[in-house]
Design a binder for this molecule. Structure first.
Ligand code: AMP
Length: 211
C-alpha cells in the first residue's frame, strides 16, 4: 500500500507516520527528514534546500520529485510506503502519480490529518525533535534525550514563531488545494480527527484504511 499523509505542519503526521509504518511493516518516507539529513551532511541538495527550509518556504518541486524517485524505487519500499509530508503542491501530486505508475503502483489512500490552527501554533511552539532520529516530542526541553535512540532533542529552526506563521500560510496557499485535487482525481480521501492521544489517532487512521 502507498498511503499519502496530508495535513498542516504540526498535525502529527510525523508521529503517526512512524506508528503506521511500524504497524503495517512498510517504511515511512518523509521529505523533511531526507532534506534535514542533507543539510546536516552539507550535500549540494542540502545547501540548496536550507534557505527555503529556514524560512518555512517550500523547497522546489524538482528536488522533491528527485527524492520521491530515489526513495520509492528503493528495495525497502517495494511493498509500499507511508508518504509523510511528501506531497505539498499540485505538481508534486501529479509527479507522485507518475513515479508510482512507473513502478506499477498507485496512491491507495490519502489520509488528511485535521487540526484547528490555534492548536497547531501551540504544538509547534512547544515541539522539539531528536537531532539523530528525528522523533518529535511535545513539552520536552531542548537538550533532553530521545527515548528511542538517546540522541539530543533540539528546537527546529522552522519552529520559531515567524517561520511557523509562514509555514501555515504556505500550507493554506499551496498544499490545501492538493486535498481537493485528490478528491476530484479518484483517490480515496479520508479525514482523520487528529486531536486526541497518539493511540486514538493511530486507531482512527488504521480504521480509515480498513486495518
Ligand atoms: P517537515 O519536516 O515535513 O515539516 O518539512 C520541513 C521543511 O522541509 C518544509 O517546511 C519545507 O521547507 C521542506 N519540505 C519538506 N517536504 C517538502 C515538500 N514535499 N515540498 C516542498 N518542501 C518540502
Amino acid at each position: 500500500m502507498d498511503i499519502v499523509l496530508l495535513g498542516p505542519p504540526g498535525a502529527g503526521k510525523g508521529t503517526q507516520a512512524q506508528r503506521l509504518a511500524d504497524r503495517l511493516g512498510i517504511p515511512q518516507i518523509a521529505t523533511g527528514d531526507v532534506l534535514r539529513a542533507a543539510v546536516k551532511q552539507g550535500t549540494p541538495r542540502g545547501l540548496e534546500a536550507k534557505a527555503y527550509m529556514d524560512r518555512g518556504d517550500l523547497v522546489p518541486d524538482e528536488v522533491i520529485l528527485a527524492i520521491m524517485k530515489e526513495t520509492l524505487a528503493s528495495d525497502g519500499a517495494k511493498k509500499g510506503s507511508i508518504l509523510d509530508g511528501v506531497v505539498r503542491t499540485l505538481p508534486q501530486a501529479e509527479g507522485l502519480n507518475r513515479v508510482l505508475k512507473e513502478l506499477g503502483r498507485k496512491v491507495d489512500a490519502v489520509l488528511f490529518f485535521d487540526v484547528a490552527d490555534s492548536e497547531l501554533v501551540k504544538r509547534l511552539g512547544g515541539r522539539t525533535v531528536c537531532e539523530n532520529c528525528q522523533t518529535p516530542y511535545t513539552g520536552r526541553e531542548p537538550g533532553s534525550k530521545c527515548d528511542k535512540c538517546g540522541g539530543t532533542l533540539v528546537r527546529r529552526k522552522d519552529d520559531e514563531p515567524e517561520a511557523i506563521r509562514n509555514r501555515l500560510l504556505v500550507y493554506g496557499k499551496q498544499t490545501a488545494p492538493v486535498l481537493e485535487w485528490y478528491r476530484t482525481h479518484g483517490a480515496q480521501v479520508r479525514t482523520i480527527d487528529a486531536v486526541g492521544t497518539q493511540d486514538e489517532v493511530t486507531a482512527r487512521a488504521l480504521k480509515a484504511i480498513g486495518k
